[in-house]
Design a binder for this molecule. Structure first.
Ligand SMILES: [Fe+2]
Length: 168
């Protein structure tokens, strides 16, 4: 049986995933405005993935026989000034998501809510991948520095990121 507190925190996480989608769209908008089509594509795909994460929790709350509450959201960061800064904020954002998923998992474990913990396990694994992917892009961008040619190559590479398979 999921407690009110756990349900509320699950709901918060659902809304935070939707906010994440917004935050990534804002980063996509910056990259598109600078004609970095590949980087912009990567952030749009990431935004789609975050929307799917939110829906995963939305569906889980439904499966619990509870009702999700969709909240309003604050504006994401819209004042990015470089591709490196965009990916650095993405990395900081993913670290924050991980922190929140861990806090949520702690509550589920304390309540011995095994079904919810099992559900959250997917997100725990996902965060390892998310942080590693974004961190690696940040490292490459730092190495690239002001090398325009190398930046064009990375932009082309990230432009190949396709849509993720639909979340179950
Ligand atoms: Fe997510």
């Amino acid at each position: 049986m999921v407690s009110e507190e756990l349900l509320e925190k699950l709901n918060d996480q659902m809304n935070f995933e939707f906010f994440s989608s917004h935050a990534y769209l804002a980063l996509a908008a910056y990259c598109a405005s600078e004609s970095w089509e590949g980087f912009s594509n990567w952030f749009v795909r990431q935004a789609e993935e975050e929307q799917a994460h939110g829906m995963k929790i939305f569906n889980f709350i439904n499966d619990l026989g509870k009702r999700a509450t969709i909240s309003g959201m604050e504006s994401p960061k819209n004042d990015t000034h470089s591709v490196l800064e965009a990916f650095e904020s993405a990395y900081a954002h993913e670290q924050e998501v991980t922190r929140r998923i861990y806090a949520l998992s702690d509550i589920a474990l304390n309540e011995r809510e095994h079904a919810t913990y099992q559900f959250l396990k997917w997100f725990i694994d996902e965060q390892v991948e998310e942080e590693s992917t974004v961190d690696s892009i940040v490292q490459r961008l730092r190495r690239i520095g002001n090398d325009g040619n190398a930046l064009f190559i990375l932009d082309a590479e990230l432009g190949k990121r396709g849509a993720a398979p639909a979340a179950q």
